[in-house]
Design a protein around this ligand. Structure first.
Ligand code: HEM
Length: 228
């Protein structure tokens, strides 16, 4: 059996895949939230449009982009396989039978939180990514950069809708809860446990789970306010 088949067919191999893809997606989130910060720049969206132009044309970024898609699919598909496998092996969910006092709500509901985030991703990608790739995006001309696709105006239009803003803010709470457990759980699965460093990883994980979704949530609120 090749190492690939072995990884996909053993429980520990599958857990490692979920942890590794999750950690890659954590890095993706840092990049995504940093790039989106350009939405706050008061330049009519020029810096943001230049950034999205760079992100869609740079060759190295395309490799990272494909790794992101592969990580999202791996994370979702392997988790579903693990869940089905666990249910078959243990018909009454362990968490349901033993709602342990020291397990958190998010740790017992990672599947539910993950499903909600997947639904969010479908809406989010349909709105921005799909429009950028397949749909119609208006064009804008800048003296220094020439004509670019005006994704900034698409973002502005989406977040001028209050319901859309509310959806994002609520979804970022779910993302925070998912990350709060996912971050430290990934390190644990990968076997990176250390008396001195594990408490630090847990603190960093908690800070990450609060700060990154909070920054993402501020963006639609900020845009809603400036488009009033
Ligand atoms: C308010 C917050 C957010 C804004 C304004 C935003 C904006 C965008 C935009 C404009 C794109 C299209 C970029 C392009 O195709 O070049 C995009 C892509 C994407 N977004 Fe977001 N995003 C936000 C939050 C999130 C969150 C929280 C997640 C994940 C949970 C996420 C995941 C993605 C993914 C996976 C892509 C596709 C990446 C790619 O093709 O390179 N976004 N986002």
């Amino acid at each position: 059996m090749s190492w690939i088949t072995q990884t996909f067919s053993s429980t520990i191999g599958r857990k490692l895949l979920v942890a590794a893809s999750g950690l890659f997606l954590i890095i993706f989130l840092i990049g995504h939230v940093s790039g989106n910060f350009l939405l706050f720049k008061d330049d009519g969206g020029q810096a943001f449009n230049e950034y999205t132009q760079f992100m869609t044309t740079n060759q190295l970024v395309q490799v990272v982009r494909w790794l992101t898609y592969i990580s999202i699919l791996t994370h979702i598909i392997v988790t579903i396989i693990l869940t089905i496998h666990n249910k078959k092996a243990r018909p009454v969910g362990y968490a349901e039978a033993h709602p342990s006092a020291n397990s958190t709500w998010s740790s017992r509901n990672m599947g539910l939180l993950g499903t909600l985030i997947a639904v969010f991703l479908v809406i989010h990608l349909g709105n921005f990514w799909y429009k950028m790739k397949v749909g119609e995006v208006p064009l804008v001309t800048y003296e220094s950069e020439g004509t670019l696709r005006d994704l900034y105006s698409v973002v502005l239009f989406s977040f001028s809708n209050l319901w859309y803003v509310i959806l994002y803010v609520v979804m970022m709470i779910f993302l925070a809860l998912h990350l709060a457990h996912g971050f430290r759980s990934a390190f644990q699965t990968l076997g990176w446990r250390h008396k001195k460093y594990t408490p630090i990883i847990e603190k960093v994980g908690l800070a990450f789970a609060i700060i990154v979704p909070l920054l993402f949530a501020i963006m639609p609120v900020y845009i809603y306010i400036i488009t009033r």
